[in-house]
Structures are given as C-alpha cells and as structure tokens.
Design a protein around this ligand. Structure first.
Ligand code: DAH
Length: 336
C-alpha cells in the first residue's frame, strides 16, 4: 500500500504538469481526489489493517492527500490568473452590484409638497435666485431703511455698474419676491406655489444655514379669505405628515407684506410641544395695489415655509447642515 501511495504521487506529478486549462484541472482533481480515485481506494482498504499499520499508512495517505490538495490549489490559482478562465462565464458567481443614485431627501420632500398642492389645483412656478432689491424688498412693502429689513440678513451682489441709483441685486432672502413677479403678469383668480433656494447672511448652527429651501404659496381672487387659507393649509399638513388628527394653532404675527399676519403651529400625534411651521397672512393692500390690483375687488392669502424644516420634522433630522455637507452616509438613508 505504501508503494501504491508512491505511484499515486508520481503519476499525479506527471499528469498535473499537462493540465492546461480549468477543465483539465477539474478532470485531474476528480481522478486523484474523487470518490473513485486510487487514493480513496487505499483509504477504504485501511479497515483491513491492524491498528499499528493503520496509524502508519493512514499518516502517509493523509500526507499524500494534503500534498495533492495543495498542488491542485496552486495550480488552479495559476490557471485562473493566466486567464484560462477568461472566456468562460461562471453563472453561479454572485453578481457585482452597481450603485445607482437616488433623489436627495430635500428633493423628495419638495416633490411631496408639490404633489399635495397640485392635487388642490395649485400651479408650480419658479423665480430667479439673484433678485433685485425691488422684488425682494420694496414691492413687498419693505422699503429701504425700514426696520423690518433686519428680519432678513442679506447677501448683496457686487454692483456691475457704479452709477448712483442703479438697482441693487442680492441673493433672494425668501421666495416671496415671486409673488410680485407672478401677480404683475397674471390676472386673478389663481393659486400658485413657489419652491426655491434662498440665502441668508447668517452664522450657521443646527437650525440655520446660509442657504436653504422654501415653499411659497399665494392664492388670489374675489373673496379669498383667511378661512380658505386655514382649510387648505390644514389639509396640506395632515396629508404631509399623514396625521389626520393633528392640532393647529394660528398665532398673530408680523410680516410687512401681509395684514393680518399669522404664524402656524402644529402638534402631531406624539409631539409634546407646538412646532412652528410657517408664516402666512392676507396679502397686504399695499402689495396688491403695487401690482395694479384693486384690493376692494380681489384679496389673497400668502404663506411661506421652510422645506428643510419640514424635512427635519418628518424624518427626525437633528441638524440642517446634514443636507448640505455631502456625507453619503446621511444621504443614502433616504433611498426609497
Ligand atoms: N418670506 C417669509 C420669510 O422668509 C415667510 C413668509 C411669511 C412668507 C408670511 C409669506 C407670508 O408669504 O405671508 O421669513
């Protein structure tokens, strides 16, 4: 039996040198290590031996087996590296996952807000990010030197012309200027929402960014009232947070372009305190007059909310800066 083991080894050494591809390699493996191989024959004959012989031959047989396995393993690695495998397709191999991109959480939230308002017959319009002082402030009843301008810390754009009195440009501090641009070109009744990016010259912290997103709303027509606003906005928030029983609070507030102005608070199932979610009000007579409407014939309501803030409330995001720092570990949590 010891001789037999020796023969196995030598004939293996000759045979294996001739294996030129993985198919031949596999034949080799079956021939020398398979169930019908000479080696397994030797193994099965061992039962007939005495305990002492068993120990001796068993040890040798095992060594031969380990040797065959090691050589075969090396051989396969070499064949694979050589590309003998190249034109064979291994259908059992696990696939390589390609990573597909997906929408940013803010885009998703913006889309969701749009969907709800579109279902209530609002249209979506957009305006420029670089605005004039006129649209961002004056036409919204916020004249120069009015203390209300301090509500919006502004990034001013370097003037292209040095002419005194040339209009000054800025990065819009809110989406409200689009109210004016839209009203100048359209006749009521209408209802619109205006999604967009806005800019504030502010120190950043967990709830402040130098740029963020807003959603403006404007509905104008004969007899549009604060009651209409209340109904529409309650419908919106109930749908957005998927909470038909949430509570609302409409608090008096001040914004120069509305009168009266309100702030809307919500309390959802499980909220322990009121959350401020939007500024709003009835469009100021001065604003209506400035775009050529007769405030005795048409009225309207307007509102503005922070898309980021709604996203943070909806997904329990503790810091607004997560939206902008480009950390994929955050973004990837919002794959649908
Ligand atoms: N533009 C305001 C802001 O950015 C938000 C706002 C308040 C918009 C009241 C409105 C409104 O349309 O009626 O702080």
């Amino acid at each position: 039996m010891l001789d037999k083991l020796k023969t196995i080894k030598t004939s293996f050494q000759q045979d294996i040198a001739a294996a030129a591809d993985l198919e031949q390699w596999e034949a080799m493996r079956v021939k020398y290590l398979g169930r019908k191989s000479q080696l397994s024959e030797v193994m099965s004959m061992m039962k007939t031996l005495s305990a002492e012989q068993k120990r001796d031959i068993g040890k040798q047989a095992n060594e031969v087996r380990l040797y065959l396995e090691a050589v075969l393993e090396d051989m396969r690695n070499a064949l694979e590296a050589k590309g003998a495998h190249a034109n064979q397709i291994d259908v059992t191999r696990p696939g390589v996952k390609t990573t597909a991109g997906h929408l940013h959480p803010l885009t998703r939230v913006e889309d969701e807000i749009k969907r709800i308002f579109l279902s209530m017959n609002f249209s979506v319009v957009e305006g420029p990010e670089v605005e004039t002082e006129h649209y961002n402030f004056d036409a919204l009843n916020i004249p120069a030197n009015h203390p209300a301008r301090e509500m919006w810390d502004t990034f001013w754009v370097k003037p292209g012309s040095k002419t005194a009195g040339a209009p000054r440009n800025l990065l819009r501090t809110h989406t409200s200027p689009m109210q004016i641009r839209y009203m100048e070109k359209h006749t009521p009744p209408f209802q619109i929402i205006v999604p967009g990016r806005v800019f504030r010259y502010e120190a950043t912290d967990a709830s402040h960014e130098i740029n963020f997103y807003q959603m403006e709303g404007l509905m104008v027509g004969p007899d549009v009232s604060l009651a209409n606003f209340k109904y529409i906005i309650e419908e919106f928030f109930k749908e957005f947070f998927n909470d038909p029983d949430m509570q609302f609070r409409f608090r008096p507030s001040y914004f120069p372009f509305v009168e009266p102005g309100v702030e809307v608070d919500i309390k959802r199932k499980g909220d322990s305190k009121w959350l401020e979610v939007m500024g709003a009000g009835m469009v100021h007579r001065n604003v209506l007059k400035a775009v050529g409407y007769d405030p005795n014939i048409v009225q309207g309501f307007a509102f503005g909310m922070g898309t980021d803030r709604l996203a943070m409330l909806k997904y329990k995001i503790p810091d607004i800066r997560f939206f902008y720092n480009g950390d994929l570990r955050f973004i990837k949590q919002f794959k649908k």
